[in-house]
Design a protein around this ligand. Structure first.
Ligand code: FAD
Ligand code: FES
Length: 274
């Protein structure tokens, strides 16, 4: 028995409609796919680069007209091959997979880094429709790698966005977690959403725990099947592809020993997080 509706897990081919360079290492790819166009913020898809590999990617945007976007950082063989594709070329898609962020009203803080900003942008667009008040902390290594800053500024308001860069080329020098204590001391928040490097998310979780604030974090693990069968993506008792990728504060507490600490490699061995 399949864990997912056949329609989501069925492999489809489609063509790249548009490719946009977002930073020296990140490009946004847009294509048509009816199934993934129904996705909710936080869900992911499996994108097949013909002849190379199939990789998990968060959905950056999904439109009723059937258009879907993903933002991809060039890190290895598959993402490099994807970056070399041109509009009109064929890719494969499965999904959408996994759960999604809960869309809450009220006072919200988002903390994102790198391509972790992609699902948060999708979420921010939905939260804005609910008239939520959104504070945003976004981090990157350098100014050029601060993804979607202008769009976030439009949604949250410039005064509610803090950018951090590790080299100090823009905003606050340091990590995305640097301005957090100040914000947490000042604002009474209803929930924090976070996505990005796992050590950053662990720090967000620890800070929120001491103040009793709800957190939802979107985790990454190695993924192959994406439907809960192969076990590549386990963390504690959970399979990230099916039980996540979005985890609540209670679930994060259950996997505290691994969250921000270790992950499984391609052989299933626990290795320290880089
Ligand atoms: C739920 C989820 C959402 C993701 N969303 C995004 C996104 O929006 N944008 C983005 O740029 N990246 C995203 N990633 C990471 C992306 O899947 C990897 O960067 C990609 O698979 C690397 O493939 P590669 O062949 O280029 O690199 P490789 O050289 O094969 O690997 C580089 C590193 O990427 C990771 N990786 C490799 N294969 C996989 C795999 N099958 N599953 C998970 N991680 C892998 C490993 O940490 C590895 O060390 C996401 C991963 C997950 C699990
Ligand atoms: S990727 Fe196979 S169980 Fe999650």
């Amino acid at each position: 028995m399949s864990a997912y509706p056949t329609a989501a897990n069925k492999h489809r081919t489609t063509r790249l409609l548009n490719i946009k360079t977002e930073s020296p290492t990140v490009k946004t790819f847009t294509f048509k796919d009816k199934q993934c166009a129904k996705a909710k913020p936080g869900q992911f898809l499996m994108l097949w680069i013909p002849g190379i590999d199939e990789i998990p990617l968060s959905i950056l945007d999904a439109d009723k007209n059937g258009t879907v976007s993903v933002a991809v950082k060039k890190v290895g063989e598959a993402t490099k091959a994807l970056h070399e594709l041109k509009a009109g070329e064929t890719i494969g898609v499965r999904g959408p997979f996994g759960n999604s962020f809960t869309v809450k009203k009220g006072k919200i803080l988002m903390v994102g880094g790198g391509t972790g900003l992609a699902p948060l942008l999708f979420l921010a667009k939905k939260l804005a429709l609910e008239k939520a008040k959104i504070f945003m902390v976004m981090g990157a290594k350098t100014r050029e790698e601060l993804l979607f800053k202008e769009v976030f500024e439009k949604i949250c308001g410039k005064e509610n966005l803090v950018a951090t860069t590790e080299d100090g080329s823009y905003g606050v020098k340091g990590l995305a977690t640097t301005p957090l204590e100040r914000i947490l001391a000042k604002e009474k928040l209803d929930i924090i959403y976070t996505c990005g490097p796992e050590k950053m998310m662990r720090k967000v979780f620890d800070l929120a725990e001491t103040r009793g604030i709800a957190v939802e974090a979107s985790l990454e693990r190695l993924m192959r099947c994406a439907i809960g069968l192969c076990g590549s993506c386990v963390i504690g008792k959970y399979r990230v592809c099916r039980d996540g990728p979005v985890f609540t504060v209670n679930q994060l507490r259950e996997v505290k020993g691994e969250f921000g600490v270790s992950k499984r490699d391609f052989d299933g061995k626990l290795i320290p997080l880089g």
